[in-house]
Design a protein around this ligand. Structure first.
Ligand code: AMP
Ligand code: ZN
Length: 468
């Protein structure tokens, strides 16, 4: 099946053809390990997880590289504030990050190179840029990339180079879009860096953020590789600068497909540490939300659309997951002995086809979820009819496992207390009644639930049903 991706470089949907048949090299900008990642960051990592699992589902062997930025302006600033050596400070957040990946069921990448373990590679790449005349040492002893020497500069972000001020230099790792200027490849040591420095042909210092990704992607994936991903905020300056460095040094195309995800939003603003409007996974876990419920929410909206985070959406995911658990229980208990029904086999095959085609179409996850729900409905229908055979149930369960190879939101082991579908339906009816201020119905539903041994627990984050 042909796969299509929206390539940010060309701003169009393009057929995917890898450099090496059957294999995909993919680079993902990873976390800056100076704090716990927030769920906005995890939206990006979950989109990348969907991408790699989709490629695997379609038969590709994926080599994914995700860097760990463990030296930059922020890690140095905060490790000094904490009074800890840089490596000790970042180790804690690296470990937390890997724990969070597990909680969210994100498949591990093949390589997680840390910036501090690749300084010689970065120095070698900077040396090549110096030798080829793309970089220079300035009065402050730092090494800068000269964008005037790079005619293609700005091609990814489509920035207007006419606004460029000749000779203006930027030393910060992150800078705004209007700051089109020469950027630092190697930053000469200053007292803000404390004891963080490495020796180089240009004196003591440390690498800039952008050179890290150019050097490490080249080491693990080669000079030209298939896919580079990140959140849309990484496009400029970070990815633009990566392209400039890599293509100038290597004289060949850097990346064939650029994929960027839109932001996770809160009340109309991007979720970010600096805005203070963020939730870490740990905060949410402490409030009783499960990894797969959050994964469902972060996965469920197409990656190029902004996603507004709400607790109602997490509650909705919880209810949906409950429906699947209830169905799996029925599929274990209700089928009668018998052979496969051709109509069921055909319907399951059609849903599999719908699912595979949806993902191949630039990761159309809503359509993939609709195949998942299609299978839920079809299964409930034949169970209600009493026409589901053992063999049908087995076909259906196999298909749910197959969908879950990509989505990985379902739980097949009966865990926790299962809420029967009718109880869930009453709870939802009560919720609906409360919304429309029909308190009589709402109270009646609550009482009925009580007589059946269930209670609705309300909290500022939503509601859930639990045994009385
Ligand atoms: P950082 O640690 O800031 O370098 O970000 C790590 C990754 O998370 C990058 O790919 C960012 O683009 C991405 N990211 C940051 N904030 C958000 C957000 N609110 N929504 C989606 N992705 C984000
Ligand atoms: Zn990067």
């Amino acid at each position: 099946m042909t796969i299509y991706f929206f390539n940010t470089m060309d701003r169009v949907r393009e057929e995917f053809t890898p450099v090496k048949e059957g294999q995909v090299g993919m680079y993902t900008c990873g976390p800056t390990v100076y704090n716990y990642a927030h769920i906005g960051n995890f939206r990006a990592y979950i989109f990348e997880d969907l991408l790699r699992r989709t490629l695997e589902y379609h038969g590709y062997r994926v080599t994914q590289v995700m860097n760990l930025t463990d030296v930059d302006d922020k890690t140095i600033r905060d490790s000094r504030a904490a009074g800890l050596p840089l490596a000790e400070f970042t180790a804690k957040y690296k470990q937390a990050f890997f724990e969070d990946l597990k909680t969210l069921r994100i498949e591990p990448a093949e390589h997680y190179p840390a910036a501090t373990a690749h300084i010689p590679e970065m120095i070698a790449l900077i040396q090549t840029l110096m030798d080829r005349g793309f970089a220079y040492q300035a009065d402050d002893d730092s090494i800068y990339f000269s964008i005037a020497k790079c005619p293609g500069y700005g091609k990814l972000a489509r920035i207007d180079l006419d606004n460029q001020q000749a000779g203006v230099r930027i030393n910060a790792d992150e800078y705004a879009k209007d700051a089109v200027a020469d950027f630092a490849l190697w930053k000469a040591w200053d007292e803000k860096d404390g004891d963080v420095w490495w020796d180089s042909p240009w004196g003591r210092g440390r690498p800039g953020w952008h050179i890290e990704c150019s050097a490490m992607s080249m080491k693990y994936l080669g000079k030209t590789f298939d896919i580079h991903t990140g959140g849309i905020d990484n496009m400029f300056p970070h990815h633009e600068d990566e392209i400039a460095q890599s293509e100038s040094a290597n004289g060949c195309r850097y990346v064939n497909y650029w994929l960027h995800c839109a932001h996770l939003m809160v009340d109309g603003d991007k979720m970010s540490k600096s805005a203070g409007n963020f939730h870490t996974l740990r905060d949410l876990s402490a409030r009783g939300f499960h990894g797969n419920e959050l994964r469902w929410v972060l996965l469920g909206t197409h990656y190029r659309k902004k996603l507004n985070f709400t607790f109602e959406a997490v509650e909705q995911a919880r209810i949906s997951l409950q429906r699947f658990r209830e169905l799996f229980r029925r599929l274990q208990q209700e089928p009668k002995p018998g052979a496969a029904t051709p109509a069921v086999t055909t319907a399951v095959a059609a849903l599999r086809q719908q699912f595979a085609a949806a993902l191949a179409d630039d990761l159309n996850v809503s359509e993939a979820f609709s195949a998942l729900f299609g299978l839920l409905r079809e299964s409930n229908r034949i169970l209600d009819e009493g026409s589901c055979s053992d063999a049908d149930a087995a076909t259906i369960m196999d298909q749910f496992h197959d969908f879950n190879r990509v989505l990985d939101v379902l739980d097949f082991e009966p865990g926790g207390t299962e809420v029967p579908a009718e109880i869930m339906a009453m709870a939802e009816k009560r919720q609906q009644a409360r919304k429309t201020r029909d308190f009589a119905t709402a109270d009646a539903m609550r009482d009925q639930l009580k007589t059946r041994g269930w209670v609705i627990e309300d909290s500022p984050n939503g509601w859930r049903v639990k045994p009385l």
